[in-house]
Design a protein around this ligand. Sequence first.
Ligand code: MN
Length: 292
Amino acid sequence: MSLSIRPLRGAFAGEVSGVDITAPLDGADVAAIEAGMDAYAVLVFHDQRLTDEQQIAFTLNFGELESYKTPGHIRKGEDQRLGPGIADFSNLDRHGQIMSVEDRVWFFKLGDRLWHSDSSFRPAPAKYSLLSGRVIPSWGANTEFADMRGAYDALDARTRAEVASLICEHSLIYSRETIGFVDLTAEEIAAFAPVRHPLVRRHPVTGRPSLFLSAHAGAIVGWTVPEARIFLRDLTEHATQRELVYSHAWKPGDLVMWDNRATMHRARRFDYREVRDVRRTTLAGTPPIPGT
Ligand code: MN
């Protein structure tokens, strides 16, 4: 059976069948998946019971793993449950127990429920993220994706002209501040210093412009903070209207990969007393290409 992709939401999000991603892929399948990513920006694979090693091996077909000296989270190295190369997006502590909802690591994780683009707080934000569903709660816990190419295309002419030259500042401090988590150490604040990115970016392969929004964006260069925050909030509301959103209802064994250069996403609520074990591999990106 050969690889095929069924559209899930018009030109946004596709469901891939006819491929076993737990095994090494041939070049034609890798090329088909890359072309699918450029077309749909989000791809869903079902019934892929990946080990961490298999997930990393599949990910490496599409680039290099993201790796940084400063982490994108506040969990200390010795508290990690998983090995190198794979990030823990579960609600489990390093002993495999459900973490306390009063744990500051949990507070920090709740920031992922705001619309964002992975690693937008880094000078070279992530290319693809790949999330593997291992244990899924009985209710909720969807991941939602918004098409930022469609969001750009749907702007009115005046707003499109206005955003074209704007530069935003992104930091984990801004997204955590939005949910009232301001209890960061001096060391964390230093590690999360803001970086600047264009508000409109051009996709390096397709050339399509998209809005580069994220909960991490908390300032616009040359604007007052309140003016910037309210404008970014308006743009985010525009970009996440339901016509532009695919909501993924997880089943164990699903793998969803998305292109952070063309999408935003957010996690949805679930019962914190149930286990959610999802694991992410992330591909290194390059600094965004500004302009339309
Ligand atoms: Mn994320």
